[in-house]
Ligand binder design. Structure first.
Ligand SMILES: Nc1ncnc2c1ncn2[C@@H]1O[C@H](COP(=O)(O)OP(=O)(O)O)[C@@H](O)[C@H]1O
Ligand SMILES: [Mg+2]
Length: 258
């Protein structure tokens, strides 16, 4: 991550972020400004293509999420209100246009950072609850990595980066959500990874009361390398078969087709 400090604003750059993220103050309140980078369209296109190709390779052909205007409207006031009504908190939106979004700054940073710096079962459990609630309501996130969750005061977990929310709860769509979340955590050390995976499953199960979608682990393994970029990825993928079998006994895996 790179930090650039101007007179009244700090700009953060991180290789994985598709937008230029800066923190500034409006009316005495800290806000986050997200400005689209030139590469955003290409990045969105790659997400959509990856989704379509993986769904075909895994024998569950699925319509990919839309990009363009849809990604902007997904981040708007209406979607945030819809999420609030089903119990998913998001940062308050201040303004939105095609290239710029301003929202409330959430002090605790993103969930990936929080889990890398400490080990808090309840944060991963909360992400499982949020994912389960969205699936119960007939939607999926598509890009559900832990960097898209924020940790607020009193460890409240909020969801940001809503661009690829899609009305779809096929096995593939749900597995993408579980797979991208777990894949983004594969860089954690093995013990911590296992604890967080378990917490996420428990949170998810608490909400949906149905088995973990069965393509989650193959998708986690395929997408995990790109999402976590760490050597622990190999360890967590290879040393996990025993854990997978015990989770299958505990939570089950759905084998239903969409
Ligand atoms: N409201 C916020 N408060 C604090 N940090 C944020 C906020 N929104 C985003 N971030 C940080 O910026 C990163 C990138 O933001 P995100 O909305 O996911 O954009 P991108 O489209 O680039 O992925 C997040 O992973 C998080 O670390
Ligand atoms: Mg993001």
């Amino acid at each position: 991550m790179y930090l650039f400090s101007g007179s009244d604003c700090i700009t953060l750059y991180f290789v994985n972020w598709q937008r230029e993220i800066s923190i500034t103050e409006i009316d005495g309140k800290k806000v986050v400004v997200k400005r689209n980078k030139m590469s955003k369209n290409l990045h969105d296109y790659l997400i959509v293509m990856t989704y379509a190709i993986l769904s075909i390779l895994l024998a569950h052909p699925s319509t990919p999420p839309e990009f363009g205007n849809k990604t902007t409207s997904n981040e708007g006031f209406e979607m945030r209100e819809k999420l609030r009504l089903i119990g998913i908190a998001t940062p308050s939106l201040i303004s939105i246009s095609d290239n710029l979004l301003v929202e409330e700054f959430v002090q605790g940073g993103d969930l990936h950072e929080a889990l890398s710096n400490g080990s808090n079962f309840s944060l991963s459990f909360a992400a499982g609850i949020i994912t389960g609630r969205l699936h119960k309501s007939g939607y999926s996130f598509t890009d559900n990595k832990s960097q898209n969750y924020l940790v607020g005061s009193t460890n409240k977990v909020l969801r940001t980066d809503l661009a690829f929310i899609k009305k779809n709860v096929s096995v593939f769509a749900k597995s993408m959500d579980v797979g991208t979340f777990l894949g983004s955590l594969l860089s954690l050390d093995t013990e911590k990874y296992k604890a967080m995976e378990n917490a996420f499953y428990e949170g998810y199960y608490t909400e949906v009361k149905s088995p973990i979608p069965y393509l989650s682990i193959p998708l986690r393994n395929i997408l995990g390398f790109g999402l976590s970029m760490g050597s622990n990825w190999v360890v967590n993928v290879l040393l996990e078969s025993a854990k997978m079998i015990s989770n299958r006994r505990k939570f089950g895996f759905s084998v239903k087709s969409p």
